[in-house]
Design a protein around this ligand. Structure first.
Ligand SMILES: Cc1cc2nc3c(=O)[nH]c(=O)nc-3n(C[C@H](O)[C@H](O)[C@H](O)COP(=O)(O)OP(=O)(O)OC[C@H]3O[C@@H](n4cnc5c(N)ncnc54)[C@H](O)[C@@H]3O)c2cc1C
Length: 451
């Protein structure tokens, strides 16, 4: 008899997990998504003649075999990556090139050089995002590139943020590695020269995954949620969807860890567990989409804006990812911000973009906004205790697995979601148990993002 697999959440991780299980005749798979659309944080949509992402979603990976796996589902373009960072009224290549800093900001370069050679910065206790980065990049570089960016994205004081955030989000461990990378042109570890992208946007990838799952007789239930997971001796007794009780062989969750634990009704320490998982906070992200009556707005795919004075932290142009996502004479700019997108802030953003020469008001055909509530995990100091507590609770249930970005409270990119989905399928297919799972989980923890 086929084994029943229920997957919660149809983001990239859930879709890819369902795709692998649906291909195997030993399994019967049902994917349950609470929204009326699939894609989760990587959702994509059509707007008039445009195909748009929720913020730019390039595909890049250092994980072996993943691009081949994605290409089995959708064609991919190989796109030259061009991106910048805007600092002190200048655009700089990103990652920063020391020669450019020396030329355009000589005093900053000098001050940064003094930081490096006196090593005066390596004295702070390594106990926060701020100290961790000052210890590795020096105060000058930290204040220039990391400090205000953290305040903008995580809306928290960088001293309150855990050093784990710097470890997981900043691909380079320090300024010496940065210099070595630049001198020896070994930037692959810190930044890619190119990326992959489906010609018709991330929507093409999502649509293809849905098509494959359905072709293989997998079920996708939209606007559905389960209301209860009932346990019996550390295993699922049944789950409830509406009034229906089902006993799956495996439940693979890619939803938020606290939402999953909320569903488990007869766990011990339920209140403590809820409180711990509830402490894993997220930051909301708003996106302003500006439809412009011109062919292109940027020379870059995306530009970072770490400085406090700008209301946004990144802008990107969908057309730079694939020409096929936008009409020939128009372009769409995506502006990412954690500020509320009310009329006042939208006007300020437009004026700020105008002041740096990106657009003129008369080029704006129209604009609209989108937001997702729980996008960036906020790693407050000490969050790992809460996270491990919540994860241990899930790991104590033999037939429930939690993976994906919300499922592990991490910053995984889509390639890592794909890899996790594949590894989880292989683990279950090979009949491995929760004892073997710890090794796989440690491997997931070792993922680092290369932008
Ligand atoms: C602005 C931005 C830019 C990014 N850029 C890139 C990039 O360039 N390249 C890259 O590789 N990655 C990028 N990422 C990361 C990428 O979006 C994520 O890695 C990926 O989307 C995570 O997928 P997931 O399936 O793990 O989680 P999610 O996408 O969060 O999916 C979880 C799903 O579960 C559903 N759900 C929640 N609760 C329930 C419930 N109770 N019942 C049923 N369903 C539920 C949600 O609706 C959602 O569909 C970016 C992220 C952001 C925010």
């Amino acid at each position: 008899m086929k084994k029943k697999v229920i997957i919660l959440g149809a983001g990239i991780t859930g879709l890819v997990t369902a795709y692998y299980f649906s291909q195997d005749k030993d399994f019967e798979v049902t994917l349950i998504e609470k929204n009326k659309y699939v894609g989760g944080t990587a959702m994509a949509f059509e707007y008039k003649d445009f195909i748009l992402d929720y913020g730019p979603h390039k595909i890049y990976t250092v994980l072996p075999g993943i691009i081949n796996e994605i290409e089995k589902v959708t064609p991919l373009l190989k796109v030259k990556k061009q991106n910048s960072i805007y600092l002190k009224n200048n655009f700089f290549d990103f990652p920063l090139k020391i020669s450019q800093i020396a030329q355009k900001m000589p005093f900053t370069a000098l001050s940064s050089g003094i930081d490096i050679f006196t090593k005066s910065f390596s004295k702070l206790p390594d106990d926060s995002y701020e100290n961790f980065l000052i210890n590795r990049f020096g105060k000058t570089m930290y204040e220039l590139a990391f400090k205000d960016y953290a305040r903008k994205v995580w809306t928290s004081h960088p001293q309150e943020l855990d050093k784990e955030l710097a470890i997981r989000r900043v691909a380079i461990s320090g300024v010496f590695e940065l210099i070595k990378g630049i001198l020896f042109k070994d930037t692959g570890k810190i930044s890619a020269d190119y990326f992959y992208y489906p010609p018709k946007g991330i929507k093409q990838l999502l649509d293809s995954l849905v098509k494959e799952i359905k072709k293989n007789k997998g079920k996708i239930l939209l606007q559905k949620e389960i209301s209860e997971i009932k346990l019996k001796s550390h295993k699922i007794d049944y789950i409830k969807i509406g009034n229906k009780k089902i006993k799956p062989d495996y439940l693979i969750s890619t939803i938020y860890l606290d939402s999953l634990l909320d569903l488990v009704k007869n766990q011990k320490n339920i209140n403590e567990q809820k409180e711990m998982a509830g402490n894993l906070h997220y930051q909301k992200l708003n996106i302003l989409y500006l439809i412009l009556n011109k062919k292109r707005a940027l020379k870059d795919c995306w530009v970072f804006f770490p400085e406090k004075k700008f209301l946004f932290h990144r802008i990107s142009e969908q057309k730079a990812f694939s020409e096929q996502t936008s009409p020939e004479n128009k372009t769409a700019l995506m502006v990412e911000t954690t500020k509320e997108l009310n009329e006042l802030n939208i006007n300020i953003i437009i004026q700020q973009l105008k002041s740096i020469g990106i657009l003129n008001e008369n080029e704006i055909q129209e604009y609209f906004t989108k937001s997702l509530d729980r996008v960036y995990p906020i790693y407050k100091k000490g969050f790992l205790k809460n996270l491990h507590f919540a994860l241990d609770k899930v790991e104590s249930i033999e037939d429930v697995y939690t993976i994906g970005r919300p499922g592990l409270f991490n910053y995984n990119n889509m390639d890592q979601c794909w890899d996790m989905a594949k590894k989880t399928f292989e683990h279950i297919k090979q009949g491995k148990t929760k004892q073997d799972w710890q090794k796989t989980k440690n491997y997931f923890d070792s993922y680092r993002i290369v932008d």
